[in-house]
Design a binder for this molecule. Structure first.
Ligand SMILES: *Cc1c(COP(=O)(O)O)cnc(C)c1O
Length: 225
């Protein structure tokens, strides 16, 4: 069995190779390690290996873990579906939220960030499927919704986030996402970031311009649900 260190360095080598193949520099990408379902001790181990960006998808777990490692200087990325009543908690530890996808959530975020001195980084999540359970704004509502996010004083719109479908159509999905990102940038030139790519599709996501990879199992090993 491979060690955490071996898996991390193996994935990082593949990321570097793919960036190079695309003529991109290593500082054009943030590799987030998704630590959900793994204990705070693994966050410490990864921190010791140089990881500074971690992803979590449930507030209950993330807030407890953030407290356990509050002595470490790291960035928490909230990547899961977010209920409005958890926003107050999430903004207390997260440095970025990747899953902003509806008006009620946006209202709660505005309320909790209006007095911040530095804006909170957010991505608008797009739903590339017909399944509303997957979260994300429908393509047709995307630009109007993004305008509202960009207008919020306590929020900084970084760009788009999506989860590709698992049906072998990742290439179609990432292609569509890149088109939507280009459209977004005609209205919001600073919103150039793209949160896409997981354990099974991160190399393809890099080809399509991903700037934030959310990698779990390929680095952490399987999650014990
Ligand atoms: C769990 C999760 C990931 C990581 O998935 P892996 O397949 O383990 O790499 C990425 N993005 C989101 C939104 C997730 O919930």
């Amino acid at each position: 069995m491979s060690s955490l260190e071996e898996r991390l360095s193996g994935i990082d080598a593949r990321i570097s190779a793919r960036l190079e193949a695309n003529g991109r520099s290593s500082d054009s990408l943030t590799r987030i390690v998704v630590s959900k379902f793994h204990p705070a001790s693994m966050v410490r181990d990864l921190y010791a290996l140089g990881v500074r960006d971690f992803g979590e998808n449930r507030d209950q777990e993330a807030s407890a873990k953030a407290l356990e490692v509050k002595d470490l200087e790291l960035n928490w990325h909230f990547i899961g579906q977010l209920q409005s009543n958890k926003v107050k908690s999430v903004v207390s530890y997260a440095s970025a939220i990747h899953s902003v996808d509806r008006g009620s959530l946006l209202d709660a975020l505005i309320k909790q960030t209006v007095e911040r001195r530095t804006a909170l980084d957010v991505f608008v999540q797009v739903n590339l499927t017909d399944d509303p359970a997957r979260g994300g704004v429908n393509e047709g509502e995307l630009l109007g919704f993004a305008d509202k996010v960009a207008a919020a004083p306590g929020l900084r719109l970084l760009g788009l986030m999506a989860v590709a479908s698992l049906d072998g159509e990742e290439e179609r999905d990432f292609g569509r996402l890149a088109e939507l990102s280009a459209q977004l940038q005609t209205h919001h030139p600073a919103a150039t970031y793209l949160s896409a790519g997981m354990s099974n599709d991160f190399e393809l996501a890099i080809d399509y311009g991903a700037t934030h990879l959310r990698i779990g199992t390929a680095i952490t090993g399987n999650r014990a649900y």
